[in-house]
Design a protein around this ligand. Structure first.
Ligand SMILES: [Zn+2]
Length: 139
């Protein structure tokens, strides 16, 4: 059995769009702007990334964030909700209906509120690292 090794393709064309520093790209993505130029919208619906930046031409549609944004969203939401839930429970064991009335909407709001900015940040990281899907026809 031969060992499998993978190396990033550093000879790939870096593209003609701007390549800002990593923190700038992440910040622009978190704000829902193009990570490359920061001047146009990153999303054309809640989580659908535009195929190409209308300002700088960065191929944003070739970035496939896949499951990373939901994973990070669940990680952050869980680390906020679970300690709060235990704290409230220890303060006097409130009834289940009250706990549900507080924490179910809070969890939903946090999840929906964090998902789009986190996806933008992940797209910013992936654009900065030039992690683009090479074949647009492939799924
Ligand atoms: Zn742009």
């Amino acid at each position: 059995m031969t060992p499998v090794s993978w190396q990033p393709d550093r000879s790939a064309d870096p593209g003609s769009w701007p390549h800002p520093p990593m923190t700038t790209a992440i910040g622009r993505g978190l704000l829902g702007r193009c990570p490359a130029c920061g001047k146009s919208h990153l999303f054309n619906s809640f989580l659908r990334v535009v195929s190409e930046c209308s300002n700088c031409g960065a191929p944003l549609g070739l970035v496939r964030a896949d499951d990373v944004p939901p994973y990070i969203t669940i990680l952050i939401t869980g680390h906020i909700i679970v300690p709060l839930l235990f704290m409230v429970d220890r303060m006097g064991e409130p009834p289940i209906w009250l706990m549900s009335a507080i924490f179910l909407p809070l969890t939903l709001l946090l999840t929906i509120g964090l998902l789009q900015p986190i996806k933008g940040g992940v797209v910013g990281i992936m654009m900065n690292l030039n992690m683009l899907k090479s074949d647009p026809a492939a799924t």
